[in-house]
Design a protein around this ligand. Structure first.
Ligand SMILES: *Cc1c(COP(=O)(O)O)cnc(C)c1O
Length: 499
């Protein structure tokens, strides 16, 4: 049997052409472009060579163990790991975070903990920790941060330490606001209390070690830090599917594993959540580390730092907007400057919508009412990569012009949108009801190819500000259910999907 490979790949290319651009710095989240086609090509070649390998068994496919050893050795060196540290390459940040939580929970139980433990973290800790708490049966105890700066006061965490805390999570830096948590203080208190302390450096881990500006102590060298996550598919510039999780000691690392000989098949020993798994992204990351070395990472970090400084200066100088807090590393959030009169304020979500029309995608983050009732503002998020620097000449005027276009436009009032929803809703929405609610507010009901505009209407509207306002205004469980419906419709069979 033959097949028409050109036609199949042309079909794929047509689908890809509708994607947001992965290269060139137009999308300021999700993708991390070193601006180096030579690195991308090397990564692709390395991944191609591992295509048929099963990472499940490094005793059979010994290359997998060799690659992992090399990657971990480099990670340990740049992340301040001591001689007893040990780690694992995982499939991504979420998996690293999940495993950090599972490991800490198991160690807490081994240490005599009973019942449902707490995972204690600032509300800015990545959502992956809420997912971990849900999956592994912990209570997520989120503590509020400063609404003006997004920063955590160490005492907010240390006051809540107790014998039921299986893990404290701090970030280096946090994703939403790029705030460095007070890691040394929190970790020291954890050590005194005998509580595990994870540093989530998923986004900072491969760039802060090479960052030109001073950064407060954050890595495994800090006393009391028991584990640390760092994503290679972010500032390691690798294709998606690779991260590292390091533990301060070998014994803690071993608690991460699942092993069983209690079935009639092959003995199962899994350091990670998956069984059979790809080693392609591992090989790509390994090759990139080989190619760049510390000097190469430092050059790329310097590029990202120059672009970040330039963008923070520009945004900070735009009347009506402000950079949130004192961001660390190549990311930051932008909020409305409430100190100027309303007519001079710029709403970050309207701003991001206008910036998108000009061809750049900023990420819109909804506001959040924290435990205790203090609200965090809604913001726009920018993740800056080395390639951003080359595009500043176009990006900067676009940011300024977009702010000029929406200055004085008040934030979306969700009341009118909410009027489209029925007053009372059943506890659990079935798919028909959820789909009808989405349609009622003008969302969903898309055929899978038609996301974002495209004439016939898409799953999401062109302007996202009203959508974000709705997310903020509805109760979390309802929004979460509606978003599940929206996403499920995207990959539903066309005849079984939305009406
Ligand atoms: C990206 C990120 C994660 C989750 O990583 P994924 O790779 O998207 O699964 C966790 N924590 C932080 C701080 C992140 O930036």
């Amino acid at each position: 049997m033959t097949f028409d490979d050109a036609a199949i790949l042309a079909e794929l290319d047509a689908l890809r052409a509708a994607d947001a651009p992965t290269h060139g710095g137009r999308v300021l989240s999700y993708v991390y472009d070193a601006g180096r086609p030579d690195l991308d090509e090397l990564a692709a070649q390395a991944a191609r060579r591992m295509q048929a390998v099963n990472g499940l068994d490094p005793t059979t496919f010994t290359s997998v163990a060799a690659l992992e050893r090399d990657v971990l050795a480099f990670a340990c060196e740049i992340l301040g790991a001591g001689t007893d540290a040990a780690g694992t390459v995982t499939s991504g940040g979420t998996e690293s975070c999940l495993l950090a939580v599972k490991t800490a929970r198991d160690l807490w139980r081994t240490g005599g903990g009973r019942g449902i433990p707490r995972l204690l973290a600032p509300v800015t800790a990545h959502a992956a920790f809420r997912k971990a708490a849900e999956l592994f049966d912990l209570t997520f105890d989120g503590v509020p941060v400063d609404p003006a700066t997004g920063t955590l006061d160490a005492s907010a965490i240390t006051d809540r330490l107790g014998p039921d805390v299986a893990l404290v999570v701090v970030s280096a830096p946090s994703y939403p606001f790029a705030a460095m948590d007070p890691i040394a203080e929190v970790a020291a208190a954890c050590a005194d209390a005998g509580v595990s302390c994870h540093v989530d450096a998923c986004i900072g881990g491969w760039v802060l070690p090479f960052w030109p500006d001073p950064v407060a102590a954050w890595n495994l060298r800090v006393p009391g830090v028991t584990s640390l996550s760092a994503d290679l598919h972010k500032y390691g510039y690798a294709p998606k599917g690779v991260s590292v999780l390091l533990h301060a000691t070998r014994d803690r690392h071993r608690a991460q594993y699942f092993a069983t000989t209690d079935w009639p098949g092959y003995p199962v020993v899994n350091p990670t959540l998956l069984g059979s798994k790809s080693a392609a992204a591992l090989a790509a990351a390994w090759a990139i580390i080989r190619a760049l070395g510390a000097d190469g990472f430092r050059d790329l970090a310097a590029q990202a730092a120059r672009a970040t400084h330039a963008l923070r200066d520009v945004v900070g100088g735009i009347e009506g907007l402000r950079v949130v807090g004192e961001p660390a590393g190549p990311l930051f959030a932008v909020a409305t400057d409430q100190t100027v009169p309303a007519a001079r304020r710029v709403d970050p979500h309207h701003w991001a919508d206008r910036v998108r029309e000009a061809g750049w995608m900023l990420q819109q983050q909804p506001g959040l009412v924290q435990p205790g009732g203090i609200r965090l503002p809604h913001t726009a998020h920018l993740t800056v990569t080395p390639v951003t620097e080359a595009g500043l000449g176009e990006l900067v005027p676009a940011l300024v012009a977009a702010a000029d276009a929406v200055r004085g436009v008040p934030p979306v009032d969700p009341a009118s949108l909410l009027a489209g929803l029925p007053g009372s809703l059943p506890e659990r929405l079935d798919s028909d009801t959820a789909g009808a609610l989405l349609a009622g507010i003008g969302l969903g009901g898309v055929d899978a190819a038609g996301v974002d505009g495209g004439g016939g209407g898409g799953a999401l509207p062109e302007r996202m500000a009203p959508f974000l306002a709705l997310i903020e205004a509805l109760p979390h469980p309802l929004t979460e259910r509606l978003l599940v419906e929206l996403l499920a419709q995207l990959s539903a069979r066309s005849e079984a999907g939305a009406p």
